[in-house]
Design a binder for this molecule. Structure first.
Ligand SMILES: Nc1ncnc2c1ncn2[C@@H]1O[C@H](COP(=O)(O)OP(=O)(O)OP(=O)(O)O)[C@@H](O)[C@H]1O
Length: 210
């Protein structure tokens, strides 16, 4: 029984279709890595699944509330400390213990630091710790390991593995090797939308010379 099922999905950005006719499933305990060249539509797809923008067509089997979306330093309150940030999110998501998240992303020694004073990679680790307190089953991650050093990439991979082992699932857009060899890969290139104006203009051009 799949945890997430996407059927005939079309997504758009800036009013233009980006990906179309996309179908895939994601089972509990599994991770799916989304690949494709810059601009193919990875971020657009994740934002659509997370409910941040509407789909053009198709169905998604679960609501955005089943997903925890993370991109860049999203969701960090810059004036709050690391501990306060996680406490805030724990209360928003009906409170999970934040201690495992602090420990898992190696944030104990930074817990009293305001988020704005963290380095890029430390902010990234705090953003990933946020996922752990959401308790949501499907993690939707956009380039989660950007700015992370080797040790932190390993921490990230362990956090994802723990999530999968607990019956969760993860959808991850990245160009970088995550150290998650067990993850399946979906290349989005074949689902690139054919621009209607291209076909239309070519059609009109052909017609003019027939
Ligand atoms: N704010 C925006 N307004 C209009 N078009 C946008 C906007 N952001 C992105 N696009 C366009 O939407 C398309 C898909 O972009 P998207 O960010 O989803 O790609 P991506 O696969 O995540 O790329 P990357 O690998 O560079 O992160 C691209 O053609 C891009 O130029």
């Amino acid at each position: 029984m799949s945890m997430l099922s996407v059927d005939g999905l079309a997504v758009s950005r800036g009013g233009l279709p980006v990906l179309e006719d996309l179908s895939f499933t994601l089972d509990a305990g599994h991770a799916l890595v989304l690949r494709g060249p810059n601009g193919v539509g990875k971020t657009t797809l994740l934002r659509t699944l997370a409910g941040l923008q509407p789909a053009l067509a198709g169905t998604v089997s679960v609501p955005p509330e089943s997903m925890a979306y993370a991109a860049h330093s999203d969701g960090l309150k810059s004036t709050l400390t690391v501990r306060e940030n996680l406490g805030f999110w724990a209360s928003v998501y009906a409170s999970r213990d934040i201690e495992p998240a602090l420990a898992r992303m190696n944030l104990k020694s930074l817990e009293t630091r305001p988020a704005h004073s963290l380095s890029a990679g430390q902010k990234r680790r705090l953003g990933l710790a946020r996922l752990l307190v959401t308790g949501r089953p499907i993690w939707v991650l956009d380039e989660p390991t950007v700015s992370l050093d080797t040790a932190s990439v390993a921490l990230f991979a362990e956090a994802v593995r723990g999530h999968l082992a607990g019956g969760g699932a993860a959808l991850i857009a990245t160009h970088i090797d995550l150290g998650l060899d067990e993850a399946k890969v979906l290349d989005l290139t074949p689902f690139k939308a054919k621009m209607p104006e291209e076909g239309g203009m070519q059609g009109a051009f052909d017609e003019a010379f027939l």
